[in-house]
Design a protein around this ligand. Structure first.
Ligand SMILES: Cc1ncc(COP(=O)(O)O)c(C=O)c1O
Length: 381
């Protein structure tokens, strides 16, 4: 074999997807694994793409995305997050995954450190390490899923290049509070550190939604927003999102984007404009009702769990069963035919992630079976 890139050999494929495939092999019939809305893309959004296709919008588009799309993104960010940006600060990307990857490629040098708040979304480690950086996780499961000054101070070094904030979080559904933001702000404001806001769930917040780190307008030059259409508008298969950063940053990020994908698919871009006027409140209300139900059931089962304030995941602790999260989830899948995700996939082995972006009947069946499984485990002890 001709030697390949050294780092690519160490990149791991998604354990979430691997585990999901495994559960199919053992014949599960109840699936709460993937972070994919059960809703269809709203028809008014899809119609825009169909119209564009019928009108032959199938040529190469401009590399950063059509200007009217970028203008709309600026209008939306101002309206929803009170965030001021210009079209030259926006790059239309292939989902937030590409926004995140392009941003990391643009900023990271060898040995640079990127702080994340654990439990954390797995792609960060894979991409940061692939680019020669080092991931520095802060375990916020021990601080009620909020940031503390002590932990953050310890984690920041002269090598810190960025901090990634995911609020609401995947896998916990927790939302950073004002105090966490203030701690972050105070500790980074005088340091050359980027704040990457992975905002893919920031439209799915159940109460008191507020802008995230973008509230600190004086740090705008260092804020990188990565946004997605996958969750808020039920468009995961469309693969669209965007990156917002200062103009100079974007002028470099666009090079990665150009050589990776050239430009986003032209005919979906009119639908991106339409989506930003879509009000997802009914979807959010539905996730909230499911959150209430599943949280209540888990508490009644005696599981320790933080009530999620957004997204569509819940992350109960399984520490008391003294088994690894893979063992727990495998056994549950094999014996009770329900698929959920081991917390180890998010670097938090004492937990399991349940995605509740499925219909109520499925959630109810999953809870009934989990209750039986837990009882059986407890009786064995
Ligand atoms: C925290 C987080 N960031 C980014 C993504 C990727 O989203 P997209 O579909 O826009 O690539 C996901 C998808 O699950 C996610 O959970």
């Amino acid at each position: 074999m001709i030697p390949l890139n050294k780092r690519i050999l160490t990149v791991q494929t998604s354990k979430i997807r691997q585990f999901n495939d495994y559960t199919k092999e053992v014949g599960v019939d109840v699936i709460l694994t993937l972070g994919e809305p059960d809703f269809h893309t709203p028809e008014e959004i899809s119609k825009e793409a169909i119209y564009a296709l019928q009108h032959h919008e199938t040529k190469y588009g401009p590399t950063p995305g059509f200007l009217d799309v970028r203008k709309k993104i600026c209008e939306y960010e101002k309206r929803v997050n009170d965030y001021d940006c210009t079209p030259n600060e926006v790059l239309v990307t292939h989902g937030s995954t590409e926004a995140l990857t392009s941003a990391l490629f643009t900023m990271l040098n060898e040995e640079d450190e990127v702080i994340v708040l654990n439990p954390t979304y797995p792609m960060y480690r894979q991409m940061v390490e692939f680019m020669g950086g080092r991931l520095v996780p802060i375990d916020i499961s021990v601080t009620d899923f909020q940031v503390t000054k002590e932990q953050l101070e310890k984690a920041i070094t002269p090598k810190t290049k960025a901090i990634i904030l995911t609020s609401p979080n995947n896998p916990t559904g927790t939302v950073l509070n004002d105090q966490s933001y203030e701690i972050l702000y105070q500790l980074v404001k005088d340091k050359p550190i980027f704040i990457i806001c992975d905002d893919v769930y920031n439209q799915i917040i159940f109460e008191n939604r507020k802008p995230g780190f973008v509230r600190y307008k004086d740090l705008k030059d260092r804020i990188i927003v990565c946004q997605s259409y996958s969750k808020s508008y039920a468009m995961p298969g469309w693969r669209c999102g965007y990156l917002i950063a200062n103009e100079e940053f974007i002028s470099h990020a666009v090079k990665i984007h150009q050589y990776m994908i050239v430009a986003l698919n032209t005919f979906i871009q009119p639908a991106m404009i339409k989506a930003l006027d879509f009000d997802s409140k009914d979807m959010v209300q539905s996730y909230k009702e499911r959150r209430d139900y599943i949280y209540d059931r888990l508490i009644r089962m005696g599981l320790e769990v933080k009530k999620p304030e957004g997204a569509f995941y819940i992350f109960p602790s399984i520490k008391k069963f003294k088994m690894s999260s893979f063992e727990f989830c495998k056994k549950f899948a094999e014996e009770y035919k329900v698929a959920i995700i081991p917390g180890d996939c998010f670097e938090a082995d004492d937990y399991i992630r349940i995605s509740y972006c499925v219909d109520m009947d499925t959630i109810q069946t999953a809870c009934d079976r989990l209750e039986k499984f837990i009882k059986a485990l407890e009786e064995k002890e």
